[in-house]
Design a protein around this ligand. Sequence first.
Ligand code: NAD
Length: 687
Amino acid sequence: MTNTLVEQEKRGALGVIRMNRPPVNALGYELRSQIAEAHAAFEADPEIAVTVLTASGRVFSGGADITEFNTGRKHPYLTELIAMLEEGRKPVIAIVNGIAFGGGFELVLGCDYIFALPGAKFSFPEIKLGNIPGAGGTQKLPRLAGGPKALELILTGKAITADDAVTLGIAETVAADEAAALARLEKAVADGLPRRRVRDIVMRGSPDELDAIAEGYLRRSRGAPAEKTALEAVRKAYDTPIDEALAWERDTFQILNATPEARAMRHLFFAEREARKIADLPKDTPQRSVSSVGVVGAGTMGRSIAMCFADAGLPVILVEEAQDRLDAALAAIAKTYEASREKGRISAEEASARMALITGTIALDDLAAVDLAIEAVFESMEVKCSVFTALDKVCKPGAILATNTSTLDVNRIAAATARPEDVIGLHFFSPAHIMKLLEVVRAEKTAPDVIATAMEIGRRLGKHSVLVGVCDGFAGNRMFINFNREAQILIEEGALPWQVDAVMTRWGLAMGPLAVMDLAGLDIGYHIRQARGPQTPYPFTTADRLFEAGRLGQKTGKGWYLYEEGARRGTPDPEVEELIKAVSKEKGITRRAVSDDEILRRCMWQLVNTGYQIVEEGIAQRISDLDVIFVNGYGFPRTRGGPMCFARETGLEQVARDIIRYHAEIGPHWTPSALLLDEAGVSPGSR
Ligand code: NAD
């Protein structure tokens, strides 16, 4: 076999193996075999005293080739390759030139000594794929960095720098570049460099602190298996012979890999990458340069949108109608940054640097020079059109004019300007500086370079940009409203709000749909419904009655639930039960016991059926984009992979049959999506 993925070079007594499998030196079968071969050659070469493992460029190794997780692997496995390095006669030194993630980090921990270059970064991101390191990471990192720090790194997936690695005892030193590292190594070899296998280091300290470190992560992971297993693994570093612990770790990795949670998280990993691709937009579509931003409207959204850009280092001009509202907005932003500083999330310098990037004005004319203007005024077509007509006059040619509307027709908003090709929807989610989703709404006339730039803006803000088309509610809200409506219908049929919420939180949502309405305020939905006119055939009658009875949710101490003074968790209220029963009676519905299973299916399949319709209509590009939307914009748990992934896990055929039955038994809002039936291989007439 020709060695094409590694370069071998002899430098005196040093045998250098340089990985070269772009883009990230993923440790697939061929790279593993070629490293093994090169190592064996240096082991056998009498002129070589020490083997050096490194790579060129900005990456050491991004870790496993995760396509192998689904397709199966071939020998030598990574664990076997690492054992080979450890069992050889000669020391192996890693010169870590760039990122060493996951399996790449484990390969490094299989070496005797680690030299870091300034660009080195180390992390175990496995937890983000529902797993733990499986090639020795959980046993060796604790031996170098101590159990508590190792557990923290395994549970967070956070990356550490070259300097951190030295401080934590992981790396010996930071060398300026490869030549400097090799020179230092040559000297060490001349002085007689002894072998020092990380696996042989005796663990110091006790595992007592581990529980306290894991506690918060275990709570937030809500019983997902990877977090619990990470704790168990690091504990083994203290009390289990290493070979036994390594065998356990290897088997456990395989078991976790096959769990629905790991499958779901892998699905999301690929879905989030896929979402960046736009079918009809070539990769080399030019982009417009965006280095200054204006935000019009400094209410709930405008404030947090301004913070998003300041957090990413871009200057923002925030425009309000009146000075007092502008002052209130700037004060609220300052308070939010101050709170982040107090919690230790950002430094005092960062807080003031970010605040300094935001300037306020009440003159729209001040946006004359910005590259991007985002409108976040009231959700009214009239108000938005007048703002766009004004922006068209004020903004320089080539500026991108974006709307943050949640529901309105972006084509109509674009038509209020003489440059509809520059107009696009940038739909942020609340709070915008926290939520990781940006729905990019493409209107009929939006220019390709504006779309490409908008997608990139999301990335610069650390968000997942998902491209959607114009329709009421775009992708996310259109699906979500149908989910909420089904919850209302189930309540009128016989379920109670606390039953519905309990079903959804057991499934994995942080809050059920009724508790969310109480948090947001029942007035919001009520006013939207009023503005839109009668919703037939399924009005939100119960929600409207609650609003009319002054039950607006947490802010009035009662909504779907009753809230004790200052409490964020509500308790069931007999008055609400009476009100619900009265609505059922008024509608001539005989209440019945609704099973938890029916609640879950009907709420989830509404999301799924609507999702397929949205793709069928070309509003979203692909089914997996909808999972990216729900996980990053609506707080759906990553361990479920999103609603569409859940439907696949359940079996699309089963989902399609349920929907056909609901359509016959419940009503036209269950008309099955043709795309769904097609993908499920079910004909519309079958039950
Ligand atoms: P908001 O009522 O809190 O804020 C709107 C602000 O715009 C007010 O401060 C108002 O003074 C200002 N304003 C109105 N006309 C203006 C003008 N001509 N020039 C400058 N300022 C003007 O509303 P919000 O919740 O921030 O929503 C804003 C937009 O964002 C709406 O289109 C809404 O649908 C959308 N949105 C809201 C959310 C959310 O959860 N609140 C989420 C996504 C999108």
